[in-house]
Each structure stands twice: as structure tokens, then as C-alpha cells.
Design a protein around this ligand. Sequence first.
Ligand SMILES: Cc1ncc(C[n+]2csc(CCOP(=O)(O)OP(=O)(O)O)c2C)c(N)n1
Length: 573
Amino acid sequence: MISTKRHVQQLASLFLSKKIFDIVLCPGSRNGPLIHTLAGCGQFDCRVIVDERSAGYFALGLAQVKRKPVVIVCSSGTAAVNFSPAVAEAFYQNIPLVVVTADRPAYWIDQLENQCINQTKLYRNFIKQSCSLPLEESDCQLWHGARLINEILNRAVADGPGPVHINIPLEEPLHRTVDGPLPDVKVVGDANTRIQLDEKALASVAEEIRRADKILVLAGQSPGNAALDSALALFAQKTGAVIVAEHLANLTVPCDCFCVCPELVLGSVSHDDAAVFQPDLLITCGRHLVSRRIREFLRAHKPHTHIHVDAGGGHMDTYQALTRVCAMPPALFFEQLAGMQIPKAPGDYAGTWKNQEDQALHRYQHYLDRAPFSDFTACARILNTVPEHSVIHLGNSSTVRYAVLTPGIKGVACFGNRGTSGIDGSVSTAVGYASSCLQINTLILGDLSFFYDANGLWNRYLGGNLRIVLLNNGGGNIFSFVEDLAGRTGKENQAVFQNCFFVGHSAKAKDLASAFGLDYLQADSDSRLDKALEKFYNPDRTVPTLLEVFTDARTNTEVFKGLFSDIKKRILT
Ligand SMILES: Cc1ncc(C[n+]2csc(CCOP(=O)(O)OP(=O)(O)O)c2C)c(N)n1
């Protein structure tokens, strides 16, 4: 059965035509026509999640794994507002969420109706495009509605994908259904154009490359793709460029000029020696980087030329040195340039980076082997134990910072909500991703992040491939890494830090795990962690499992701060 509402029928029909099948529904009455149609027609893969904030993030994870649009549908009022965090994250990560909100007719907005707010342009600061469908169902309004839907669904995937919003005003009666097929609706196609640099632009970029002795390619967060890997390898071979990327860039560039721990490299260099790493030409692609040091370094040692390559044409002047934007997929950009006659740059700029990285990694290992049990050592152990060809999701706090310092996480896809770095959706996103993926999915996160989004476990889609590592240090440990916050002077500052930043607590996750049907393991030392990890990743384990690792916040802080003073001191001496 489907709803009698014809705009809703058209929407469902166009989803099918555009091969959008994945739907996350949040229960409500105003969105009843949408639920009747999408769940009732039997042609969609519908999931149901009650908490809209969690549902939004779940859908985001689903869209990451499917690499195509996922639809989220909710009722009106705060239900729609609760999608906001995931919409913002999707916007800054270029993920195509199709947000569908049910609404009252415009004439009832702000007229003391129940569960009613002004929903037009609700996500205006972080949405690619929004529209409200017409209320009436005349031929002209149905044509108008179909045109709006076509355009918005095309926009979700065009030139740098992103979230879009369709608001649907609905009049009562809401719940009449018919047993009919979905209508045929005219599909407006969107040609998938492969953009290239034209002859003049190509010659001009090639000239900039020829003129540079030190070329740095810096790749930010991205789902990764094999075409980009091989194009980058060719480009680097030809030009002598160094490729720098964190795990979240999901690159596996088959060449020896690929540097994966920029935070360690730059953390091991003294201020006076940093100039040798300064690029003449910087080429960036992808989204955010976690490393604070690379941002500070490039702002202090600006490249002469900075080209940003971005399918959406974004002008990302992160280092205040931007000179050119190439609005095209990065793989095509590097492929095209690798095909040009460009002599290899003199000197060994890539070697300078690689040598420093080798030394820094050596010191890192030396430090790790001697460090006491802590979040740092636990993270390294876990990241070195995750099964090959599995997926890691990193929580936004110290976890992601430890991960970018950890070398050699090979054959693993790596994700995290770095678009806006929120701690509010890590569990839901990982659960959404894992729900549609056969590999083992390991989420590693801190205690505040875990308890914040514990509702991410409150759904029917937890699979046997889900592994959660909760690093429970009793609060927001990352804040104690920030020198000025930790308030080393005065008792009052200490009290404010403990109460208002660290927010110490003694909550444990065991009962939550059991409430949501997860197996529970725990560890509080290296040896217990090793034993727990054996069980955790035992191939016979077929239930979602939570491993809670208890660490001491003070030790964590000392170990984290000690790392950089140690690697810098040892490399310099
Ligand atoms: C939605 C949201 N609220 C607040 C913050 C600010 N914030 C960043 S890290 C953090 C503490 C995280 O603590 P936890 O998850 O326990 O990790 P740990 O610092 O112990 O590694 C907070 C509150 C944020 N990033 N996102």
C-alpha cells in the first residue's frame, strides 16, 4: 500500500529512477504518508530508528559505505532539528544525504499548531540545496514538484556531493492509502561529465610544477579510490613530489615518497630546521587533516604557489597561500599532469621528508616500547591488531590524535567524523556503516563520546561484525593536553578544569552493553588487553562486542606530552 499523497508518490518514484534505495525512517505521524509509501511499496531498503540525531549519523555511515545517497525521513518540529548535526557533518565531508522532513501547510506555520516550527531553510548554513514541495496537487503543481525533486537529487551527487533537503507540507487526512503502483514521473538526467584541464590551464599548471624544486601534495580526508592512488604514484615518480596524507585520506600510494605521519615528522623538527620542509609548490586535495602541526607549519612556511583540487571548486585557503583552484576530481588532475613532459625536480625533497619520518618513527617505537599502559599504548596495540581488510572508525578526541601518530595501519579503511569533529555521532555513524558491510568494523572512542551517543546502539542493526573499543579514562582527557586549560597554576583553576572541562565521572559501560545486547570484555593492563584482543578478534566471534579499556587520565597526559619532547630531543641529539 502507498499513500494517496501524490507529491510523496512522485518522490518515491524518482528515488527509484535515480537508484536511491536506502532509507532511514524516523517514526512520526506527520511523515505518515512518507512512511506508508516508502515502507509500503516494498521496493526500498528501509531501516527504522527512533532518535533522529542518531538516525542522521547512522544514515551518514550508510552513505559512506554505499558511496551513494541515503534518504532520512522524519516528522516535523524538533525531529527535523535533530537531523542538523549529521547534516552539518555530511556537508563538510561531501556526503550525499537526502533529508526529507514532513511539515504542516505554510498557512499553519507559527499559528500555535502542535509540533510545528518554521522548517524552510532549516539547515541553510550547511546544505547544498533545499526546497519545499507544493501543497496542491494540480497538474502544474505536480510538474513543479517533480522538477524540484529532480533538480535536488541531481545536486546531491553533482560536483562535490553533499546533503540536500526536501521539506514536504502535508494536509490532513494524512493516512489514506491505496494499493496502486507508483506513478511514472519524468526523469531529468544529469550527465556525469569528466572535467579536464583545458590546454592552456594544463600548460600553465605544468609550468608551475616545472618551476618548483620542492613539491608537496597534501591529501586530506577522503574515502579514497584506486584511480587516485595510481595517479599520485605516477605523478610523484615523475616530479619528485612528496605525498603526505593521514590514514583518514585512505590512500595507498605504491611509492617510496609517501609519508603517513606528518604530525610526527613536524613534531620531531626544531623550529630552526623546519625551513627545509617548506614547499615551493603545495597541491592539496581532500577534506580535513587532523594534524595541527601541519596547519601551523604551512601557515608559518607558506608555499610560493598553492593549488587546491576539488570537484566542487571549493576555495580552501587553509594556509593563506592559495593561488589556483582546479574544479575537478583529484584523480583526473594528477592523471593529466602525469602525462605531461615534466623533468624531475632537482634535489631530494621527498627524501628529506622520508628520512625525517623514518627517524621519527624509530623514536616513536622506542618511546612506545617503554611507555606505561595508557590510551597511547592501548591505541597502538589495538590499531596494530585490527584484522587486515577491515574498517576503523575513530572517535573525535584523543583517539583520532593517537591514530594519526600510529604508522603502519595497512589494508584498513579509516573513517571518522572530521567534517565538524563532533563527539555526538561516532557510535551511530560506525553502526550505520557496519550495518551494510561484511568486514569487521572497529570503533575506537573515548568515554564522553561513547556515553554521549550511546543511543547509537538503540536500534536493530547491530551486526556480529561490530567491535567497539571504549577507552575509559573517566572524563574528557584531551582537555588536559591543552596547557592553558589544564590550569597548572592555582587551586581554583584546577577545580574549574576538573569540573567543567574534564567532567570526571565513574560511569562504566558494562550494563549498557548488556542492555543493547553486546558482549562485554574489559582490560586495564597491557597483558589483559592482549588477552581481550585475542577474544575480541577471534574469527569465531559472531556477536557485536564492546571492549572497555580502563586507563589513568594523569598517566595518559604525561605519556602524550612526553612523546613529542622525547622524539624531538632524541632526533636533535
Ligand atoms: C558535539 C560536541 N560537543 C563538544 C565537543 C568538545 N569536545 C571535544 S573533545 C571532548 C571530550 C571528549 O572526551 P572523551 O570522548 O572521553 O575522549 P578523551 O578526551 O578522553 O580522549 C569534548 C567535550 C565536541 N567536539 N563535539
